[in-house]
Design a protein around this ligand. Structure first.
Ligand code: CA
Length: 587
């Protein structure tokens, strides 16, 4: 660094309080792209709480200054205590690639953040977030041209699966061999779980229903792309077919298909452990019923592609619901199960000890499929009193959203559910408007940062905002959906764009066995879990967090960090549902 240059830098810093270093992460913004007319902001790291507002300029690729302005007064991030400023450059609307500079910008080409403005910034992100499910397929080789650089042999055929003692019946005694082939690996591990698949399929197919025209033209480059069915529905069918194999002859659904304990970080073809289907549970069975009822409705126009599917799925859904009515409180308690049966099972529990929400969702989907008023009455009787955002273990909001979208006959009930949704969102939207250092309705409270929060907190809140926008027409909800996406794509306390393969600074070491097998990894298009104030993996396998790290910075791009850096199907579904929901509006 030349001396004169250095002195100028220091002088500016002293005068303005703006911090200049070579790291582009001093400026945090959406690293994937903005559409021309959306709100655009960046968060700037400053030295001190009394820092004067930074002077900001935006330069085009040819070096022309196309926008200048001032950042906000300094705000304090309530979680870390760090001073930040916001700059709002929404008035820049011309598509192009730009760099954002802090003064004296003509000398500081390194104190910058780059970004793009384009009419369709999320099209490729949506495509890859959906292709992530293709990469997760079990039991078939991932081959070119579909692999797009990430080919691998088939893993886990699951044609010889053992019935665990916990799931034995007279018809299928312990160690009976069944085939339960296909479907997606659930997450960073190699197992398959019905409760998580059910929630994932719910969000997946409801997103399709909301944006049929959009998804009908979205080409994923998968082996089924030649079929006369939207690629997205073909991809979903790969998992639905597997889910159907998880139904026992009595109607109940096995909770999961699993090895007894997790495989190491090895290639899927190297796995040797036996695979079991374990205990049939009420939540799993109701999630299966809801998924198949929803699928029977969504796939009805494609009977010519999947002959017999609608009838088969309808009957399976009804059968599952009947089983759950007869067995309304069988829950997956892994420690208790292991005291009673062998071998012990220690993989993901997905334990859920409340099935009222699954009854509500399954009955809702069965009503929307069959129009049998008995299912409607069952659904209304199971609607919870309080609003709870949807997660794999609590799916009541999926049912409520269905009633908001299909209110015929129960308009007052549906209107109350909508009022509950809007009331839930309002405090977060108020925070985005008034106090958020990231101009976001998510990420302003310590409790926002939990295991999987990038999906279950941030992206899902964005999806709720999108539903609110569609239901009310109020553009403030659309703005806040985009703000949630900005947060997960880089305008956050870590400066990471939390989708593999996207942005200028994204995770490179996800806790993902499949990604680990590629020298050119990680696999692209995966949303990773994100900062997690509970840090359950601290001290395990070399995971170490900085002392006194804040909730919003409790993140490690480190392969063993399962509590902050894993991937899962239920997280990726919210990513693409949000990006697709926005991209569909930009057409
Ligand atoms: Ca539940």
């Amino acid at each position: 660094m030349k001396k004169s240059y250095f002195l100028l830098v220091c002088a500016c810093a002293l005068l303005t309080g703006c911090k200049h270093t070579s790291s582009s992460l001093e400026i945090r913004l959406n690293q994937v792209g903005f559409r021309p007319l959306q709100e655009k902001t960046a968060t700037i790291d400053v030295y001190t709480a009394d820092a004067a507002p930074c002077s900001v300029a935006i330069l085009s690729e040819t070096g022309d200054t196309v926008w200048t302005g001032m950042a906000s007064a300094t705000m304090i991030n309530p979680l870390s205590g760090k001073p930040r400023q916001l700059v709002d450059f929404s008035t820049l609307t011309t598509p192009g690639r730009y760099t954002l500079h802090l003064a004296p910008y003509t000398l500081h080409r390194d104190a910058v953040a780059s970004f793009t403005i384009s009419p369709r910034p999320y099209r490729e992100l949506t495509r890859q977030a959906l292709r992530a499910f293709y990469y997760q397929r079990t039991a078939m080789p991932i081959i070119e041209p579909y692999a797009e650089g990430f080919a691998r042999p088939a893993g886990h055929p699951d044609t010889l699966v053992l019935v665990h003692a916990s799931a034995a019946t007279a018809e299928r005694p312990e160690n009976t061999i069944i085939s339960s082939s296909g479907g997606w690996y659930d997450a960073g591990d190699y197992n398959k779980y019905i409760v998580n698949s059910g929630y994932t399929m719910g969000v997946f197919l409801m997103s399709y229903e909301q944006q049929r025209a959009y998804y009908d033209t979205l080409h994923l480059n998968i082996p089924e792309s030649t079929l006369p069915v939207p690629d997205m529905l073909a991809e979903a069918m790969y998992n639905i077919r597997w889910m159907m194999t998880m139904q026992d002859t009595d109607g109940g659904a096995y909770h999961k298909l699993t090895e007894p304990d997790f495989e190491g970080f090895i290639h899927p073809t190297e796995c040797q452990k036996p695979r079991y289907v374990v205990l049939k549970t009420t939540p799993a069975t109701l999630d299966l019923a809801a998924t198949l009822a929803l699928a029977a409705r969504i796939y009805a126009p494609y009977e010519h592609v999947y002959p017999g599917f609608v009838d088969e799925a309808t009957e399976a859904a009804k059968h599952a619901y009947e089983w759950a009515k007869a067995n309304p409180a069988i829950y997956y308690d892994q420690p208790a199960m292991n005291e009673q049966f062998t071998p012990a099972i220690t993989t993901g529990a997905y334990d859920d000890f409340q099935a009222q929400d699954e009854f509500y969702w399954a009955a809702t989907e069965l009503y929307l499929l069959t129009h049998d008023p008995l299912y409607r009455d069952e659904a209304l009787s199971h609607c919870p009193d309080t609003f709870i955002p949807a997660v794999w273990g609590n799916v009541s909001e999926l049912a409520s959203l269905e009633w908001m979208l299909h209110p015929a006959g129960i308009e007052a009930f549906a209107a109350q559910r909508q009022a509950d949704l809007l009331a839930h969102l309002q405090p977060y939207i108020d925070e985005a408007e008034t106090s958020s250092v990231h101009r976001s309705p998510y990420g302003n409270r310590a409790e926002d940062f939990f295991w999987g929060c990038n999906s279950e907190g941030c992206c899902w809140r964005g999806i709720e905002c999108l539903y609110a926008y569609h239901l009310t027409g109020n553009e403030l909800y659309l703005t806040n959906a985009e703000r949630c996406l900005n947060h997960v794509l880089g305008q956050n306390a870590t400066g990471y764009c939390f989708v593999t393969g996207f942005g200028t600074h994204s995770p490179k070491q996800p806790h993902h066995r499949l990604s680990n097998i590629y020298p050119n990894g990680p696999l692209p298009g995966f949303l990773i879990g994100g900062p997690n104030r509970e840090r359950q993996d601290d001290g395990i396998d070399g995971v170490t967090y900085p002392e006194n790290v804040s909730a919003d910075e409790s993140y490690l791009d480190f392969r063993p960090s399962y509590a902050t850096n894993e991937v899962t199907i239920n997280w990726n579904v919210t990513l693409f549902a949000l990006t697709a929901g926005l991209d569909a509006l930009y057409q």
